[in-house]
Design a binder for this molecule. Sequence first.
Ligand SMILES: C[S@@+](CC[C@H](N)C(=O)[O-])C[C@H]1O[C@@H](n2cnc3c(N)ncnc32)[C@H](O)[C@@H]1O
Length: 280
Amino acid sequence: MTRNLEPIAATPFTDRALVAGSLYAAPDRLAQRTTALHRAKVSGANATDTIAALAADADPAPQMIIDVGCGRGTATVRLARQYPSAIILAVDQSPGLLTVVRDRLSAQHRSTALIAADFHHLPLPTASADLALAGFCLYHSPRPRHALAEIARCVRPGGWIIATTKSADSYHDIDALIATSGLDPGADQRPSLYQTFHTGNAEAVAAAAGLTVQRRVDQQHIFEFADLDHLAAYAITCPKYRLPANLTDATSLAAELRRRAPDAGPTTASTVTYLIAQRP
Ligand SMILES: C[S@@+](CC[C@H](N)C(=O)[O-])C[C@H]1O[C@@H](n2cnc3c(N)ncnc32)[C@H](O)[C@@H]1O
């Protein structure tokens, strides 16, 4: 069944060179973006707490866990604490981010297998894991059902996959502000960064990947940016915007925004969706 899955237009989030390069080769952009968003968040449960609780409900004692697209390893570290005797495999295509995960886990006196790999072709045995996470990463795939099917291949029958994503309209008030400022008039017209795997199609994609979705949780997150400096710290990390070439850092972007818009940060929202699925 492929309804709601195609067609898929290219976005910066599915540009392989960008994703493997400036978006994630080094940890700085992801850390700056996460920090700016956390500082702005005024409501909505913590995603790592939610993933940990959903994992505990699904499997109280997994022996092998794969964290696919683990990024800086925030969920990896949490699950390592929650399951002290489990084997944890941290998978990401960015060797730079895997180094951060290694350092964070060794600070907890915990070792992990670090695997630099593309989630469409995992160098892992079939049916080896009890639990796999795919946190906020499948929207980087132009064919997320193939990536999910490959992750499912590595999970034993009856094992669990927790996949998380955001709504396609996430942060659209920021797109609108950037557009009306005149800095990027098309910012609110272009496709969502999350369009290949989002709140609206995630369940259909998981079903097409052969998974049985047992539960889904949708949580509304609200963000209030303090001012244009705060907004610029987030917006400069967002590859959606086509900004003038001289605006390469948050300070110059904030200064330019102040010339064009009232110095008040916008309020915006995102729905975060968690799918708790089983491999049949
Ligand atoms: C937004 S981060 C999410 C990190 C983490 N799961 C979290 O929830 O904080 C997306 C991650 O997906 C990884 N990624 C993107 N495309 C990938 C691919 N084809 N194979 C493996 N990892 C990929 C990136 O390197 C990045 O670390």
